[in-house]
Write a protein that binds this ligand. Structure first.
Ligand code: ADP
Ligand code: MG
Length: 247
């Protein structure tokens, strides 16, 4: 039987802005199982980033229950929550969030400084950069790398702590079609070959079609949740019809 990695029950995230109340998440029930690859879609403002931040333990829900790998993270202290994040979760950002003064290798090493486990840091960095095909760019700074390469450094940084769950908030939002293909193919490989659970936000249907399940949010709720036939991303539809089915 499949093992749930993420289990959300009736999760709400309420913001008070002036006199107004905004329910960024308004009762989300969602289970993501081990080795799934899920796309989160929905209009701007529908709660996608809020959901990723809650699942990624960057933010706490206002109410509802969240279990990560069977642990009730909602009840954890801030310290225990960030320890859990370091252990189980790799987060990938739309704008890469690399530190410009550090090399690729130094950026990838950053999470290990806060990781209590006794990794051989240098070896872990070499392996992570190698996994994303950038072993030969270890000493480049972000401004010496293309957008796609910078995002691969961002993925290596997410991988270096050997997480079981990869979360990505519009990972290809700043990239052209070729770099998008490179990043989506890499995420598919990490899911299929390395057995990682992947959840990524996208508003591109062609990117969502590269996953196996599409969850659509509207107004902070799950509007639909569908299994899809996984496709290889090979461009956006307006640049010529995309995609062959993966296996
Ligand atoms: P999406 O990523 O789908 O565009 P978000 O999760 O960023 O949506 O936002 C969902 C809703 O919550 C929006 O209406 C947004 O304005 C609101 N929101 C998000 N973050 C905050 C915040 N820190 N304070 C107040 N409102 C917020
Ligand atoms: Mg967003």
């Amino acid at each position: 039987m499949a093992t749930p990695v993420v289990e959300l029950q009736e999760v709400k995230k309420i913001y008070q802005l002036g006199g107004e109340t905004v329910a960024a998440l308004d009762g989300v029930d969602l289970v993501i199982e081990e080795r799934e690859m899920v796309a989160i879609m929905g209009a701007s403002g529908s709660g996608k980033s809020t959901l990723m931040n809650v699942v990624g333990c960057l933010d706490r829900p206002t109410s509802g229950a969240y279990q990560l790998n069977g642990s009730d993270v909602g009840s954890f202290s801030d310290n225990r929550r960030s320890d859990t994040r370091g252990r189980f979760i790799g987060f990938i950002f739309q704008s890469y969030n690399l530190l410009p003064q550090l090399t690729a290798a130094q950026n990838v090493e950053l999470p290990l400084r806060y990781n209590p486990r006794g990794f051989d840091r240098k070896q872990a960095v070499v392996e992570a950069l190698d996994r994303v095909g950038l072993a030969d760019r270890a000493n480049h700074r972000p401004n010496q790398l293309s957008g796609g390469q910078q995002q691969r450094v961002g993925i290596a940084r997410a991988l270096v702590g050997r997480p079981s769950l990869l979360l990505a908030d519009e990972p290809t939002g700043n990239l052209d079609s070729n770099s998008t293909e490179e990043i989506i193919t890499l995420l598919q490989e990490l899911n299929r070959e390395d057995g990682m659970t992947v959840a990524m936000v996208t508003h591109e249907p062609e990117v969502a079609a590269a996953t196996r399940r599409v969850v659509t949010l509207r107004d902070g709720r799950v509007l639909s949740d569908e299994q899809v036939e996984q496709r290889h991303f090979s461009g956006f539809a307006q640049h010529g019809e995309a995609t062959g089915v993966v296996q």
